[in-house]
Design a protein. Sequence first.
Length: 155
Amino acid sequence: MRTLGTFIAALSLSVFGLSITSTAAHATTEGDICNAKWPGRNGSMHAWDGTDCSGDYLGGTTGNDLNWGDGVGGFTNANNRASSVMNAGFFGGRDMVAFYFLPGGTGSYACLAPGELYADYLGDNTFTNGANMNNNIMAHKWVTPADCAAGSWIT
Ligand SMILES: [Ca+2]
Ligand SMILES: [Ca+2]
Ligand SMILES: [Ca+2]
């Protein structure tokens, strides 16, 4: 009986987890292109010039890029252009992508959780300094959920 109970509890948790993921995937109303471009959870993050993961592909990486405007890293000449972003990172540890208002990886930021999958429109999101995120990102860094203050989690 104990084994069966444990199995049922695990199954319930599994179903609960699936429904959470499903809810997150459908939280946005115009994520069709983002959904189509979802690479599977592979530890990477991505950004596009247009909304809904469309327009010019600005870059993607499994690492950090503290300056989207310089010539190195996953992002070059991408300052203040991103209108949609994706987090295909693995769950656990530094699984949040923090996007920054300025280069350097410090100061005002906003975080995209791995369970959110993507933010298909940054125009309704703000950095911790209150600035609109659309066409305003200049850097990103992988951080832990504890590094992201309440209210800084974007959708
Ligand atoms: Ca843009
Ligand atoms: Ca760069
Ligand atoms: Ca948004």
